[in-house]
Design a protein around this ligand. Structure first.
Ligand SMILES: NC(=O)C1=CN([C@@H]2O[C@H](COP(=O)(O)OP(=O)(O)OC[C@H]3O[C@@H](n4cnc5c(N)ncnc54)[C@H](OP(=O)(O)O)[C@@H]3O)[C@@H](O)[C@H]2O)C=CC1
Ligand SMILES: O=C(O)C1=N[C@H](C(=O)O)C[C@H](O)C1
Length: 268
């Protein structure tokens, strides 16, 4: 399977190039960065710490997509919605790890998924997607007398909050309660906020240092607390998950899929 890596000079892009290189059955057919980026012309393998692999970083997404079977995309919302349109035109699988997408961005992905398969997840790891299934189950069992708070910590360079993973876990909690996250989420508190509103799902974001990604879901009841959590120790686990998603998506019908579909956790 021929794969394109977008944002190939970024933290995740370099991990993705290495994961593709290490996985039998997939090859890197192109590596992209934005026009004018310092990485243009560099060998993608060298950037990823592999040594030269003969794939230079380029800026021409359309040409790259036409010659490929899938694209691994961990960039930013504007780039990802653009790549979704191009992947739809080329009818190739689009694996989206990008977070910070708003409602309009998601609507664009939805439209693109009518023409090609898209696998989107705020977290491509098995551990987090299993955690989401556990959170859904706990929220269903405990009911609204137990307050739910989601705390996430990431490195100082992260640009969006709450993290995509925190929102994924919030969605799972809301589903467990049979409510929509949009109506329940409290995304940060400051000043005289008043007492906690029953049934809400709170989010708190911490940023600092080189933390790859820590998430805790706290269920706080009367006189007791349950905490379910996950700590990522290495970005390569997200990259391996993305390659697994691309292999799964190859030849699938157009549609919007999640990592829970890829990992067969949808009924959990
Ligand atoms: N779902 C998951 O499992 C995970 C998701 N992520 C998400 O992945 C995204 C990227 O994270 P990270 O790698 O840390 O960020 P980086 O900023 O290190 O990398 C993003 C790269 O994409 C490049 N880029 C931006 N726009 C374009 C474009 N139009 N064409 C080509 N390249 C482009 C950036 O270039 P430039 O610097 O010039 O903007 C940069 O090199 C984030 O949204 C993050 O939250 C991260 C880890 C796991
Ligand atoms: O930006 C990151 O680094 C990460 N982003 C994803 C998120 O927003 O949840 C996944 C992981 O936590 C790392």
């Amino acid at each position: 399977m021929k794969l394109v890596v977008t944002g190939a000079g970024g933290r995740m892009g370099r991990m993705l190039v290495a994961a593709v290189h290490a996985t039998p059955g997939v090859v890197l057919s192109a590596a992209l960065e934005r026009a004018g980026a310092a990485a243009i012309g560099a060998d993608a393998g060298t950037l990823a710490g592999l040594g030269p692999i003969g794939v230079p970083v380029t800026e021409d997404a359309l040409e790259a997509f036409v010659g490929a079977d899938g694209v691994l995309d961990f960039t930013g919302p504007a780039a990802t919605t653009h790549f979704a349109m191009l992947a739809a035109q080329a009818r190739i699988a689009h694996v989206v790890g990008t977070t910070g997408l708003d409602e309009q961005d998601l609507a664009k992905l939805d439209a693109a998924s009518r023409h090609a398969p898209i696998v989107r997840s705020g977290n491509m790891s098995l551990g987090v997607n299993l955690l989401a299934a556990l959170v859904r189950r706990a929220a269903r069992a405990l009911g609204t007398e137990w307050d739910i708070e989601i705390v996430e910590t990431h490195h100082r360079m992260k640009v969006d909050a709450p993290s995509g993973t925190a929102l994924l876990l919030g969605e799972a909690a809301a589903e467990g309660r049979g409510v929509g996250l949009g109506q329940s989420a409290v995304r940060g508190r400051d000043g005289v906020t008043g007492a906690r509103e029953p049934g809400t799902i709170g989010f708190a974001s911490l940023r600092g240092g080189t933390v790859i990604g820590d998430h805790s879901v706290i269920f706080a009841g009367a006189g007791e607390r349950i905490e379910l959590g996950h700590r990522a120790e290495d970005r390569s686990l997200f990259a391996r998950g993305a390659v697994t998603a691309a292999l799964w998506a190859r030849g699938r019908r157009p549609g919007l899929y999640s990592m829970a579909d890829v990992l067969d956790l949808s009924d959990s």
